[in-house]
Design a protein around this ligand. Structure first.
Ligand code: ZN
Ligand code: ZN
Length: 349
């Protein structure tokens, strides 16, 4: 089959690799109808952390239909269209039973192979899904590929960020970062009852989209967000700040925007070795800080109806649709945010 593989720093190849095969009785093989490039794919792309194995198939956002099932698979059959979260989960361990599927004892992230261990990703014609009965969710026939992919990661992540923040309708929320996940967080905050969500970024097109989704945009290159938020809150600061970027500077900005007793909810992939605020500062702010990987499998079914109601709005983050074979240039486009690129949908031929 054809797939996008990691070939070293900022080097993605479109090449022929071996077709995935059933390895365990709980596996299925999914034929991918669409897949997407995610902001977190840029971490291995830039080798910001220890590199992936060369040849690892990239990607953890995909949808498609089951074409083959292992002997122990009971709930899925060939022909079923499926939504996949970005990690696999067993459905039975302590964490899965609590809904924290991202910390499943058997969790593995798609598109992450190191030293020969791990899963190939979904930016390919086919992908092997272990623990399939408890990982995949059957997809309603009226659901588009776009919505299915969003549910599997960034929509669930934006929603998780909002739930972690404990949105209170009377409060003031700020979303730091208006990329795809930030937009999903804005959507989720309003769905959870928020009345007034501010959104911070520096890219005019992203701010325009945030505004179209109901947020009050703040371009931090033009105005100090702290001043804007203080003015809106009688000098106190925001009640809840949703941080979706993960960079140290973004977390610090989020911290600076909060009022004492506020909540900082962070879902951006974090690679820092130190917090950008001190224990003393946290104490002095009576800070509630909630951070971590979204348990997409535990969330996505519960927001499916909302996602389908708002399908057109949510799908508008896919500014570019490309054949899978143009994946290498699509990575570059996405990384550079060139041509107004927000998010890329890739289609195997
Ligand atoms: Zn993702
Ligand atoms: Zn589990």
């Amino acid at each position: 089959m054809k797939a996008l593989t990691f070939r070293g720093r900022e080097n993605i190849a479109y090449e022929s690799v071996a077709d995935p095969v059933i390895q365990s009785a709980g596996d299925v093989i999914v034929e991918v109808s669409s897949c997407a490039i995610c902001g977190s794919d840029l971490h291995p792309y830039h080798e910001r952390e220890k590199g992936l194995d060369h040849g690892c198939v990239m990607g953890h956002e995909f949808t498609g239909q089951v074409v083959e099932t292992g002997k122990a698979v009971k709930l899925l059959k060939p022909g079923d269209a499926v939504i996949s979260p970005f990690t696999v989960s067993c459905g039975q361990c302590f964490y899965c039973r609590k809904g924290l599927t991202s910390r499943c004892e058997q969790s593995q992230l798609f598109g992450w192979r190191e030293n020969g261990v791990g899963l190939n990703g979904g930016q390919a014609e086919y992908v092997r899904v272990p623990l399939a009965d408890t990982t995949l969710v059957r997809r309603p026939t009226t659901m588009t590929d776009e919505v299915a992919i969003l549910l599997g990661d960034i929509l669930s992540t934006g929603y998780f960020c909002s739930t972690q923040a404990h949105i209170n309708p009377e409060d003031i929320q700020v979303v730091v970062g208006c990329g795809p996940v930030g937009l999903m967080a804005i959507w989720a905050a309003y769905r959870l009852g928020a009345q007034r969500v501010f959104a911070i970024d520096q890219v005019p097109q992203r701010l325009a989209m945030a505004e179209a989704w109901g947020a009050i945009p703040i371009n931090y290159l033009e105005i100090n967000p702290v001043d804007v938020i203080r003015e809106a809150t009688a000098g106190r600061g925001a009640d809840q700040v949703l941080e979706v970027v993960g960079l140290k500077s973004a977390v610090r900005s989020a911290f600076d925007l909060l009022r004492p007793g506020g909540t900082l909810s962070a879902v951006g992939v974090c690679n820092s070795t130190h917090l950008p605020f001190s224990p003393t500062e946290a104490y002095d702010q009576n800070l509630t800080y909630r951070i971590g990987r979204c348990p997409a499998r535990g969330i996505m079914e519960g927001i499916m109806d909302w996602a389908m109601e708002d399908a057109d709005q949510l799908s508008s983050v896919f500014t570019h649709i490309r054949p899978l074979q143009e994946g290498p240039s699509a990575y570059h486009l996405f990384d550079q945010k060139a041509d107004g690129c927000m998010k890329v949908l890739l289609k195997p031929e």
